[in-house]
Design a protein around this ligand. Structure first.
Ligand SMILES: [Zn+2]
Length: 425
């Protein structure tokens, strides 16, 4: 059978699979359906990164989402830059979603008005079910939002390790640098914190509450790290508390110790430790290789390594090959570069035990429709890898689909101990 035909058949067969979406940032549906939306709500998140790199100013980008400005004015801001990014895979996700849900196969002068009307008209309760359940066959999406009360079994919460983002610092994921970070942590609820143990106790209680609320994982980010030394951490804590230091360096002994303790607590709670690696900010500081000492120190933890560490996919594969406590998650990777995702997945079949791969996560926050576009590209990527190996005679179509089902369903169900009835096959 010709390769293209075989790929199409595989995509069709995979479209019948139930899916675990292994990473999103979706909040409660009501937030979306209570807000005003138009075509520009589909053009955000990762497309923003491409627009800024193409030369759009951030203030013009922000204006795209200012509903007080007329639609045609916003379109004229977007149009020249849309032309620059439209062939990229972030934009392709948007186009796939526009076509599937609203029937428009392009975003241009003729479509931006009726497409905006269609997006607004469909922005009603039931949106998540229509997109995630009906169009994507997603049974649940593991999601990191600012709340664990997500209001639907279609979303399963993770929580973050108390870091915050910096747009300007070379270290994009910031933790425990100031007294404010320590005395009123994002996971706290007003407790008095005087010592490092107070801080860690607040986190321990928070994590236990999260567990009771159905949280399945704790998210952290890869970062340069030193050995966790309690004495050094206490000294750094006290310097901040006593005002002898106002801000610690991004990489500091307090962080090393706190991260180490928090991973142990997540392990005690039987939660997965999800790890952002690669692509973000000054990505040298988020290299997947920074995780090695942590992986070595926590053999009993389960680490879900996100994004295949792009642009270090081979290094990330090596983490999966070397460490039994590592799972590899293709979330976001399929659309950073479909070509690289295909090459990496193909190489993964050679080097990684098949129970360690998670095939898909969309990584979107507001435009749930984009999950569909991303999943479409993920299925194409899997089909490309599997079709070639079928044609090479390495395995049958049935064996190929059994692998795809493991990656889309069985592996994430097992890793996250998801309480979902088994599906056939
Ligand atoms: Zn994410």
């Amino acid at each position: 059978m010709e390769r293209v035909e075989l790929e199409k058949n595989l995509v069709k067969a995979m479209a019948e699979f139930d899916i675990i979406d292994c990473h999103e940032h979706l909040g409660p549906e009501k937030r979306r359906t209570d807000s005003q939306v138009d075509v520009f709500d589909l053009i955000y998140s990762y497309t923003r990164l491409d627009l800024l790199t193409a030369g759009m100013t951030d203030s013009d980008y922000q204006s795209l989402h200012d509903h007080d400005l007329p639609l045609d004015q916003r379109w004229s801001l977007l149009k020249p830059f849309w032309e620059q990014i439209r062939w990229g895979s972030y934009a392709r996700v948007v186009l796939l979603a526009a076509e599937r849900f609203y029937g428009f196969d392009d975003i241009n002068d003729d479509t931006y008005v009726p497409l905006s009307e269609a997006v607004a008209k469909a922005n009603k309760p039931g949106l998540y079910e229509r997109v995630l359940r009906d169009a994507c066959r997603i049974r649940t999406a593991l999601t990191l939002s600012d709340t664990t009360r997500l209001g639907t079994p279609l979303l399963t919460p993770l929580v973050r390790m108390g870091y915050r983002f910096s747009q300007t610092d070379p270290h994009p994921y910031q933790m425990v640098r100031t007294w404010e970070d320590l005395s009123s942590p994002v996971f706290g609820s007003g407790e008095q914190i005087e010592s490092l143990d107070d801080y860690l106790d607040v986190f321990r209680r928070y994590l236990a509450r999260c567990k009771a609320e159905g949280v399945v994982g704790l998210k952290m980010a890869s970062s340069p790290t030193g050995p966790p030394v309690r004495g050094d951490a206490v000294a750094a804590f006290e310097k901040l508390r006593d005002g002898k230091e106002s801000i610690l360096p991004a990489v500091n002994p307090l962080r090393d110790y706190v991260v180490d303790q928090m991973i142990s607590m997540a392990t005690e709670q039987d939660m997965v430790v999800a790890v952002h690696t690669g692509y973000w900010g000054d990505f040298r500081n988020v290299s997947p290789l920074h995780m090695i000492p942590i992986l070595q120190r926590h053999p009993d933890a389960r680490f879900d390594i996100f994004h295949m560490g792009y642009p270090w996919p081979r290094e990330t594969l090596m983490l999966g090959k070397r460490f039994p406590n590592v799972w590899l998650n293709f979330c976001w990777m399929h659309v950073i570069s479909p070509r690289c995702a295909v090459a990496t997945l193909d190489e993964a079949v050679d080097v990684i035990p098949m129970n360690k791969l998670l095939a898909f996560g969309g990584d979107y926050g507001r435009a749930v429709e984009l999950v569909y576009g991303h999943l479409t590209i993920a299925r194409e990527n899997l089909a490309r890898v599997l079709a070639r190996r079928i044609l090479d005679g390495q395995f049958s179509e049935t064996q190929a689909l059994a692998l795809a089902r493991k990656w889309f369903w069985h592996n994430p169900v097992e890793l996250y101990a998801l309480d979902l009835p088994a599906q056939d096959g």
